[in-house]
Design a protein around this ligand. Structure first.
Ligand code: ADP
Ligand code: MG
Length: 266
C-alpha cells in the first residue's frame, strides 16, 4: 500500500532562488497492495517528479508519503536504506541502469550482492530464474549489455529490479524509448510480473492507451495537479474533467487507439 498525502514540490532556481516552478501541487493518491495506478498527463505535467517523490528519491516541499503504513518522509537515512530495496524504479531508458561493460549475469547479480540477498551457491540459480521470469534465454547471461537490443536491455533492467523482491515499483514511461513492435511485449511482461508477484505499481505514461492496458485505476495530471482519478474503466468511459476529455479525443484523432470495438464502447 502506497499513500501520497497532499504532496507539493516547488523547484527554485536563479538569483536568490526567486524563479519558482510548482511541479506538483497538493496531490493525494493511494494505490492498494498489488494494485496498479496509471499516472497520465502531457510532458511537463509533473509525473516524473511525483513518481520520484513516491520513492523518496527527491524530497517533497510539503506532504507525506506512506509505504505499508510507514511514513517515508520522516525516516532517517539508515531506516530509509533498510526499506530501499522494497521500492524500485524502472526508467524510460534502460541504459540509465545498465553498465555496458558488464555481462547480463553481473548486471542481475549486482543488486543481490549489494544487498547481500543470496549466497554464492544460490546466485547462479537465482540469476537464471530471473532471466526466465523476464523472458530472456539463459545463454544471454554471458553477453555484455551493449550487445543487447533495446527490448532485451529493458528486460535485464527489470530483472535487476525484481532481484530485490520489491513490493512497490514506479515505471516511468518504461517503453517510450523502445520500438513500437517491442513495446507491447515489454508492457505485457511488466503486467504479468506485477500480477504474479502482487507488486504495487505506479505506471507513468503520457499515452492513455498504454494506461488502459496497464492499470486498474488512473490519475490524470495536468499542470502539477490531479484533475481526475478513478477506475480506468470509468474515467475512460465517462470522463468528467475537460482536460481528460481532450486527452481522450486526442488519442482517437491520432488513430493509434487499439481496436475499433473498444473505441465504439467508449
Ligand atoms: P513530466 O514527467 O510530466 O514530464 P516533470 O516532473 O519532469 O514532468 O516536470 C514537471 C515540471 O517541473 C516541469 O515544468 C519541469 O520543467 C520542472 N522540473 C522538473 N525537474 C526539475 C528540476 N530538477 N529543477 C527545476 N525544474 C524542474
Ligand atoms: Mg517524465
Amino acid at each position: 500500500m502506497i499513500e501520497l498525502d497532499a504532496i507539493t514540490k516547488v523547484y527554485t532556481k536563479g538569483f536568490l532562488r526567486r524563479q519558482k516552478t510548482i511541479a506538483v501541487n497538493n496531490v493525494s493518491l493511494s494505490i492498494k497492495k498489488g494494485g496498479s495506478l496509471g499516472l497520465v498527463g502531457e510532458s511537463g505535467s509533473g509525473k516524473t517528479t511525483l513518481g520520484r517523490i513516491a520513492l523518496r528519491l527527491i524530497e517533497p516541499t510539503s506532504g507525506m508519503v506512506r509505504f505499508d503504513g510507514v511514513n517515508l518522509t520522516a525516516l532517517s537515512r539508515s531506516a530509509l536504506r533498510q526499506i530501499r530495496p522494497r521500492m524500485q524504479i524502472v526508467f524510460q531508458d534502460p541504459d540509465t541502469s545498465l553498465d555496458p561493460r558488464m555481462t547480463v549475469r553481473n548486471c542481475v547479480a549486482e543488486p543481490m550482492k549489494i544487498w547481500n540477498l543470496v549466497g554464492p551457491q544460490e546466485e547462479e540459480d537465482r540469476i537464471l530464474e530471473l532471466l526466465e521470469q523476464v523472458g530472456l534465454q539463459p545463454d544471454l547471461a554471458g553477453r555484455y549489455s551493449f550487445e543487447l537490443s533495446g527490448g532485451q536491455k529493458q528486460r535485464v533492467a527489470l530483472a535487476r529490479v525484481l532481484a530485490l523482491n520489491p513490493g512497490f515499483i514506479v515505471a516511468d514511461e518504461p517503453t517510450a524509448a523502445l520500438d513500437l513492435s517491442v513495446q507491447a511485449q515489454v508492457l505485457s511482461l511488466i503486467k504479468s510480473v506485477q500480477k504474479k508477484t502482487n507488486l504495487t505499481l505506479l505506471f507513468i505514461s503520457h499515452d492513455l492507451q498504454i494506461i488502459e492496458q496497464m492499470s486498474d485505476t488512473v490519475a490524470v495530471m495536468h499542470k502539477g495537479a490531479i484533475v481526475e482519478q478513478g477506475t480506468t474503466r470509468d474515467v475512460l468511459k465517462t470522463p468528467k474533467d475537460p482536460y481528460t476529455k481532450n486527452l481522450i479525443a486526442a488519442a482517437y484523432e491520432s488513430e493509434t487507439w487499439l481496436g475499433k470495438e473498444r473505441g465504439r464502447s467508449l
